[in-house]
Ligand binder design. Structure first.
Ligand SMILES: N[C@@H](CCC(=O)N[C@@H](CS)C(=O)NCC(=O)O)C(=O)O
Length: 339
């Protein structure tokens, strides 16, 4: 019954808004001269303004890369910060051109709300954090616990199904947004905090101010493949969004870095030349500039560079590549050939 109710609520929430009939996002963006990208309000590593007010993160880089591909300029982006609960409606209504907001791709999100999921730009999983003094060592120790989660996310359903499957119970405390969820957890209202493990790393490592007082439990109870969403029915736009990430991954595979784009356009292999815009016209099929892929790489670098800068070793998060490594290193990042 609870399950049915959950499914029903999710359906009502997502079907409420009808997608704007529009299959010409590329033309709209060109006419406007600016890409409107829906992002998280503040999630360090993915999308958050820095101390100068400049948006930074893995999702932000992807937005800038799309702007570079389409408009030739990574600065031509307006970031539209959205809560989890409002993000899909903003895309359906045409308020944004693309959603890049640590959004999990699922079957229902891809098929029943007038949207289409793009490629995965970060493989994540749902985790839990607790206060160290609680002595809790694994998720099974949370039987009967109160768990803080955010509204409009995949997390309540995942937790409900996981606890039921393990014959355990918990008390969900569903907060309106990330900020209120953190307030609730850090003020002691919940025994645990549950969200994507990348976001947990930020919550404990950065937001808490006392990382040593908390511990992230070892289990990941779900798959959370995060990626962009676009409106259903705009095939060209979906392809532009998909190929932009593919170019970044292929560049990493081929050793094309941000600093070497121009050099490799001159002296690289045939594949490197194609990727850096010095081969055949690779823009025409999508209605883009012949040098669109070079513009992407000049703007944000390859996928590995963007990862390390935003969430990896050069960031405060220091996440390992893991599943987000190249397939040649045992990860899941695999580019469709750019030829
Ligand atoms: N990947 C998950 C979670 C994404 C998500 O929105 N996470 C929360 C933290 S658990 C968040 O960023 N909330 C921000 C907010 O709603 O203000 C999803 O797509 O549902």
């Amino acid at each position: 019954m609870k399950k049915l109710l959950l499914a029903a609520c999710a359906a009502v929430a997502v079907l409420a808004a009808q997608p704007k009939a529009n299959a010409a996002t590329l033309e709209d963006v060109r006419a406007r001269g600016i890409l409107v990208c829906g992002v998280n309000t503040a999630l360090a590593g993915f999308s958050a303004p820095d101390s100068q007010g400049v948006w930074r993160g893995l999702d932000v880089d992807y937005c800038r890369a799309i702007a570079a591909a389409v408009l030739g300029d990574p600065a031509k982006v307006r970031f539209s910060p959205l809560t989890a609960a409002l993000r899909f409606t903003a895309l359906q209504s045409g308020e944004i051109d693309v959603l890049l907001r640590n959004s999990t791709e699922t079957y229902l999100r891809d098929t029943s709300i007038g949207l289409t999921a793009g490629p995965v730009n970060f493989y994540d999983g749902q985790g839990f954090a607790v206060r160290k003094e609680s002595g809790v060592k694994s998720v099974s120790d949370l039987n009967g616990a109160t768990i803080c989660m955010a509204q409009g996310t995949t997390h309540e359903q995942n937790a409900t199904e996981w606890f039921a499957a393990h014959g355990l119970k918990f008390q969900p405390v569903i907060m309106e947004n990330q900020e209120t969820m953190y307030q609730a957890f850090f003020s002691g209202r919940c025994d645990a905090l549950s969200q994507d493990s990348s976001a947990l790393a930020v919550a404990i490592g950065v937001v808490s101010g006392k990382p040593d007082d908390f511990v992230v439990l070892p289990e990941r109870i779900s798959k959370e493949p995060l990626g962009p969403f676009v409106r259903h029915g705009d095939e060209t736009w979906a392809k532009i969004v998909r190929w932009t990430l593919s170019v970044m991954i292929e560049a990493e595979e081929l050793g094309v870095t941000q600093a070497k784009v121009d050099e490799l356009a001159q002296s690289g292999s045939a594949a490197q030349k194609r990727l850096t815009g010095a081969g055949d016209d690779m823009g025409k099929p999508l209605g883009l500039d012949p040098k669109w892929s070079a513009n992407v790489l000049r703007a944000v670098g390859n996928y590995g560079e963007s990862f390390e800068r935003n969430v990896g070793q050069a960031s405060s998060m220091k996440l390992q590549r893991g599943l987000n490594g190249l397939w040649t290193n045992g990860g899941l990042m695999y580019a469709i050939p750019f030829r």
